[in-house]
Design a protein around this ligand. Structure first.
Ligand code: NAP
Length: 246
């Protein structure tokens, strides 16, 4: 069986890195996008190749159209037709009340989490139409339905938009043989919490999570891989919550 060719944005760390390694084992060749941490990207790439997959890393900001085009141009040049996209690169800005969020942080969160996902979906759809089908997984968040008051309502709003994007695109693209789904993680142990100024957040949140702990990136990546697999061939337009019961 020929290997799938999948673009993973934000593949250098956290959920994206775990997803790259899982997808490599599950038969995907990978285009791994990252924005700044080249050392981490190369480390993940080595792990992916050790699992028997081909991998190319591309440094590009997904909120920038030229960057997104470069990711997909590289994919086409190196591996041919793209069959999968994991839209994963995301940011939150600092944790805190909505009234305190700077305009700069509002703009950055919307541009990376929403515009970036839109740009990646658009280019992926153009590729997949040419190739006769494919599958997209948008990494959303349980925040989309929780609202995240006092923490990052603006981030939650972008993730709710990702859920709507998923449902709408699934309906629009079904006739083209393109499936579109989302995975909504709950609090997961990654660098994202330190970046928002709260490195202990996963441990502190454990008491309010029904399963009693934060998730691990490897517990999210399995859901993503399943949605890209033949086992999910009749699954489209779903938002799969992987949030420990939250
Ligand atoms: P993370 O550990 O902070 O990693 C973020 C990844 O995104 C890195 O690979 C980073 O690249 C990349 N990235 C950030 N901004 C980018 C940009 N503008 N262009 C391209 N790449 C960019 O994050 P994570 O926790 O794994 O989160 C991954 C996804 O899961 C996000 O969409 C997030 O919203 C969602 N999520 C996370 C949690 C959680 O608790 N962790 C919960 C729900 C949903 P560099 O390494 O180069 O910086």
């Amino acid at each position: 069986m020929s290997r799938q060719v999948t673009v993973v944005t934000g593949g250098s760390r956290g959920i994206g890195a775990a997803t790259c390694v899982r997808l490599a084992r599950d038969g995907h060749d990978l285009v791994l996008g990252y924005v700044s941490d080249g050392v981490a990207a190369e480390r993940v790439s080595e792990e992916v190749m050790a699992a028997g997959a081909r991998c190319v890393t591309v440094r590009a900001d997904t909120s920038d159209e030229a960057g997104v085009e470069r990711i997909f141009d590289t994919a086409a040049a190196e591996f041919g037709t793209v069959t999968g996209l994991v839209n994963n690169a995301g940011v939150t800005g600092p944790l805190g009340p909505f009234a305190d969020v700077s305009t700069e942080d509002l703009r950055r969160v919307v541009e990376v989490n929403l515009l970036g996902y839109l740009l990646c979906c658009r280019r992926a759809v153009r590729e997949m139409r040419r190739g006769g089908g494919g599958a997209i997984v948008n990494v959303s968040s349980a925040a989309a339905t929780l609202g995240s008051p006092g923490e990052y309502v603006h981030y939650a709003a972008t993730k709710a938009a990702v859920d709507t994007l998923t449902v709408g695109l699934a309906k629009e693209l079904g006739p083209d043989g393109i499936r579109v789904n989302a995975v909504s993680p709950g609090i997961t142990e990654t660098d994202m919490h330190a970046a928002m100024g709260a490195p202990d957040r996963p441990a502190q949140a454990a008491g309010r999570i029904p399963l009693g702990r934060a998730g691990r990136p490897e517990e999210i990546s399995g859901a993503i891989s399943w949605l890209l697999s033949a086992d999910a061939s009749y699954t489209s337009g779903t938002v799969l919550r992987v949030a420990g019961g939250m």
